[in-house]
Design a protein around this ligand. Sequence first.
Ligand code: SAH
Length: 224
Amino acid sequence: MRMRKKKHGEQRLAACGHIVCHKPETPFTCSSEAFGRDGELHLEIGCGKGDFACLTASKYPEINFFALEKISDVVVAAAEKAVACENTRPDNLRFAVGDASKIEEWFAENSVDTLYLNFSDPWPKSKHYKRRLTYRKFLESYFRIIKDGGKLKFKTDNRPLFDFTLEELDFLGIRRDIVIYDLHNSEYNSENIQTEYERNFSAKGFPINMLVITVHKSDDKSAD
Ligand code: SAH
């Protein structure tokens, strides 16, 4: 995501301190450690400006939604937006500045109920395939932090990235529950919550691909 450098970014992030988390000394083992209340832990990696995080946390007040994003100024934008609607802002939402490659420093094994990747950067050049957030090394770390029976949900308009992801899952021997190439014209659309990128790309006529996996630890060859 491109964004002009924000003035006073550090101070502005600090002003949203009540909804912005710092990396714990030891990884969170459950959502109550990060939220101070029980609830399923839903994690979005690469949340951008946080629309999906806000909408999902509002729609499902019983869950705890943790939104991680690597660019600090983007987290400032997301957190300020959330704070601006303080009256309606759900108390089950936290943002954090962090990188997917360090996700196991944030969350312990078997701690996450649902992990979302929405419109991850496609890294189209083949020499950059290891940077894609669905490269096998990333997937393996997601599967470690997701609980047995938990879910991974991935959406993208980018068909090459989607196909790459399916190949990586094949490599890891992971079965998928849902593979949809046109989410908005599917039976799953009624419960879909659109992200910012999703609105933009679908308005331009791109079909949206969606993939859902239930993690079965005993089937996970990568855990051998
Ligand atoms: N999910 C949002 C934004 C998609 S753009 C939406 O659908 O609207 C992809 C986002 O992922 C960008 O904000 C980018 O900064 C973030 N990102 C890219 N690589 C990341 C990484 N390694 N760790 C965390 N966030 C990352």
